[in-house]
Design a protein around this ligand. Structure first.
Ligand code: AMP
Length: 113
């Protein structure tokens, strides 16, 4: 999608620190990490947020969810990790291309907000 930051990263038009890629999804290190490990997993097909996730084909959904576990193992997050997907203004979503944050490498707060 034109003018989408993450579409440009997926296309290689904007550089990123890639950690994983398959036919359906792409993952890279967050430029402003909030934990020792902070990775973004995105579908290659553009949808704006998790509110539109039903527009994605089943094989893409399966790949996205599968990629999270593969990346966590690859990164050595054996003690656990958190997965977050911000959706819309109330959740402070800043990039309108569906993404899952994988956060790990430290003890997370026990509050979700
Ligand atoms: P959200 O606020 O949930 O939409 O998350 C967007 C995330 O994208 C933020 O954590 C940003 O730090 C991250 N981000 C923005 N631009 C880049 C970039 N060029 N490369 C990697 N991460 C980025």
């Amino acid at each position: 999608m034109e003018n989408c930051l993450f579409c440009k990263i997926i296309a290689g038009d904007i550089p990123s620190a890639k950690v994983y890629e398959d036919e359906f999804c792409y993952a890279f290190r967050d430029i402003n990490p909030q934990a020792p490990t902070h990775i973004l997993v995105v579908p290659k097909q553009h949808v704006a947020s998790i509110a539109e996730i039903s527009a994605l084909p089943a094989d893409t959904l399966c790949a996205l969810m599968g990629a999270i576990g593969k990346i966590a193992a690859q990164e050595g997050l054996s003690n656990g990790f958190r997965v977050v997907s911000n959706c819309g203004p109330d959740a402070c979503q800043s990039v309108p291309h569906l993404h899952f944050h994988i956060l790990g490498g430290r003890q997370m707060a026990d509050q979700m907000a």
